[in-house]
Design a protein around this ligand. Sequence first.
Ligand SMILES: [Zn+2]
Length: 394
Amino acid sequence: MLIIHEPRITNGIKHARLSADIEVDGRHYALWYEVQEEFAQYLCAERSDAFLIGLLKYALVNGHDVMCEAPVTASLLRKIRESFLPSVINADRGRLRLIKLFAPEAAPIQVTNTGVGTGFSGGVDSLFTILSHKDQITHLVVNKCHIDSERATGEAGYFNALIVEGEKFAQEMKLPLIIGNTNYDGEALPGLSFCGTHGYANAFGAYALQKLFTRYYIGCGHAYEPFSLHNFATSDCAEYELLLGYVFTTENLNIVLDGPVDRLEKVRMLATQPLAERFLGVCCFGPTPQKRNCTGLCYKCMRTVLELLAVESLDNFKEVFDVQYVQTHKQEFCAELLRLWLRHDVFAKEVWPYRKNMQFGMRDWYGAGMIVLLKMIKKVLRGGATSHSFHPRG
Ligand SMILES: [Zn+2]
């Protein structure tokens, strides 16, 4: 049994914290979400909604029934019971069991909220969503749960650097920035990966602030197709975000999964936006005061560079990527493209038809082939373990 005790709000110095005591697997801890004091009025302690959403996957994967002390909005509870649980359990019957939810039901909280929010991470999906809806969005959010669990727990500096970027970006957009600090990653979800939980994490943050938001955009990581619940327990929740958007939408708060278009289409759009050219940040290592992206050390940078080459726009992004480095290390980028294509990677499949735009020469392709071959041999010698990219350090 996973027990979510009654949520409460506590005011600290310049911050307000929404928290609930959690009991599960012999652990007792407080799950919390904290914002600047000017946004304290929007935190919602009258419903367990945020906590139920945030812990839903953990409960499912670990086979725990859930008991909430405080009421859950009736329509949310109904959708989880009648739509979500039967769907995912059918899809992963071998590993999941039908859990029970015990909670008092209640009508949606009475608020006059009109806020429209979305998260800022600097990534392709996030910037595409913000710039597509800039006329509607009233608040930007930097959530700590936008960050990979490993990085969130291992590198507090990453979150702080993202806040600095978010503040600069929000200033350009003339929008308020909510800083959503939380212990959601890591402490609350031991054993669950970022990829498996980011959809729940985003909705957890939005529902913590359900007295503010009437609509909350979440940038889609995938197009709606292919939709899949296969291997639910371990899959990336981007594969079934459409279902999460439906289930987590209530009378008060519309969770909108935005931008279900090809990634290259998003990159093409961003290449026309001066703000994106200054703020695009995809790097696994996070922003530093010196540079926004590592360009060639992590797989996310390499993938994005390939996409920008495919749409012939890398030069527009010289403020955030080291374009000179790309020019002098073409073989490595060519090898990364080849490697991903051979693995039938969905992103590589998209850019492959545009490989001529990348202007790799015969020597680059030959060198890339050798790098890939060498890596394959090393992989076999390692016993099948893979590395993320073909950078010499990879
Ligand atoms: Zn990087």
